[in-house]
Design a protein around this ligand. Structure first.
Ligand code: ADP
Ligand code: MG
Length: 271
C-alpha cells in the first residue's frame, strides 16, 4: 500500500525541503519506489533533485489546474533515485486561480489518484504557509511529517498547525494522522534547544521521532550540486541522520509508533 506523507510547517527555513529530498533519497536507497511532489513555488525540492526549474514546461501548476496529467508532469531525479512532480514560481499562480474552481481542496489528491499505486511512498514538500496549496497537500496525505527547529516560538507555531490539521480532518480528510515530529538543525550544546526538545517529548511522546537531525553544513551544500546529501556525501552526520530517519519511518510502518522502546534500541544500535 502506498503511504502518502505531507511534510508541513508554516514556518520557512525549518528544514522541510531538506527533509523531503533526503528522506525520498533515503527510502529509494532502501529499494522503496518514491514519488516526490514539489508543492512550493520556490521549487527548492526540484532544484535539489537535480532538475532545473527554469526549463520546465509542465509542472504541478498544470497538474492542479487540470491542464496536464501526473504522467505529463513527472520527471526522474537521477541524482535522487526517485520520480518527481516538479514546481517553479508559476505555481504561485495556481494558489490564486484555484480559488474560483470546483473541488479546489482536492485537486492534488485527484491528480495523484491514478499514479500513486505505482509507489511505496509519495512525499509532498509543502510551502511555508497554511494556504490552499498546503491544504491540497493535507487532503492528499495519509499523514503529516512536521520538521521543526527546537526554538522558543516553535511550539506556538505548532499549535496553529495542529489546529489546521484538525480542521482538515473534520471537513476534508478524516484519515489524516500525524506521522511524526522531527527535530531538525539540532545543536545539543544549546540549552534552550534541549528544553524545547524535552517539552516536545513530554507532550507528543512516541510521535516524536527518535532520530534527531543535527545542524550539518553538508546538508546545506548539497542542493548547489543538485543532489540529495545522502547521495552527495552519504558519510556526513546529516546524511547518516536522514538515513536513520528513513529506516525509522519504515520501521514505524511495520509496528506503529507505540513500541517506542524497540525503535529506540534500533536507533541507538545504529549510532
Ligand atoms: P524549508 O523547506 O522549511 O524552508 P529548508 O530545508 O530549505 O527549509 O532549509 C532552510 C535552510 O537551512 C537551507 O539553506 C538548508 O540548506 C539549510 N538546512 C536545512 N537543514 C539543515 C541542517 N540540518 N543543517 C544545516 N543546514 C540545514
Ligand atoms: Mg522548502
Amino acid at each position: 500500500m502506498t503511504r502518502v506523507l505531507a511534510i508541513v510547517n508554516q514556518k520557512g527555513g525549518v528544514g522541510k525541503t531538506t527533509t523531503t529530498v533526503n528522506v525520498a533519497a533515503g527510502l529509494a536507497k532502501a529499494d522503496q519506489r518514491v514519488l516526490l511532489v514539489d508543492l512550493d513555488p520556490q521549487g527548492n525540492a526540484t532544484m535539489g533533485s537535480g532538475i532545473d526549474k527554469r526549463t520546465l514546461e509542465h509542472t504541478v501548476y498544470q497538474l492542479l489546474l487540470g491542464l496536464s496529467t501526473a504522467e505529463g508532469v513527472r520527471r526522474r531525479s537521477e541524482t535522487g533515485g526517485y520520480d518527481i512532480l516538479p514546481a517553479n514560481r508559476e505555481l504561485a499562480g495556481a494558489e490564486v486561480e484555484m480559488v474560483g474552481l470546483e473541488h479546489r481542496e482536492t485537486r492534488l489528491k485527484t491528480a495523484l489518484a491514478h499514479v500513486a499505486d505505482a509507489y511505496d511512498f509519495v512525499l509532498i514538500d509543502c510551502p511555508p504557509a497554511l494556504n490552499l496549496l498546503t491544504v491540497n497537500g493535507l487532503v492528499a496525505a495519509d499523514a503529516v511529517l512536521i520538521p521543526m527547529q527546537c526554538e522558543y516560538y516553535a511550539l506556538e507555531g505548532l499549535s496553529d498547525l495542529i489546529n489546521t490539521i484538525k480542521k482538515v480532518r473534520q471537513h476534508l480528510n478524516p484519515r489524516l494522522e500525524i506521522e511524526g515530529l522531527l527535530r531538525t538543525m539540532f545543536d545539543p550544546r544549546n540549552t534552550l534547544a534541549q528544553q524545547v526538545s524535552d517539552q516536545l517529548e513530554q507532550h507528543f511522546g512516541a510521535k516524536v521521532y527518535i532520530t534527531i537531525i543535527p545542524r550539518n553544513v553538508r546538508l546545506a551544500e548539497a542542493p548547489s550540486y543538485g543532489a540529495p546529501a545522502v547521495h552527495f556525501d552519504a558519510a556526513c552526520k546529516g546524511s547518516q541522520a536522514y538515513l536513520a530517519l528513513a529506516r525509522e519511518i519504515l520501521h514505524r510502518m511495520d509496528t506503529g509508533p507505540e513500541p517506542a522502546v524497540a525503535a529506540r534500541a534500533l536507533a541507538e544500535g545504529e549510532r
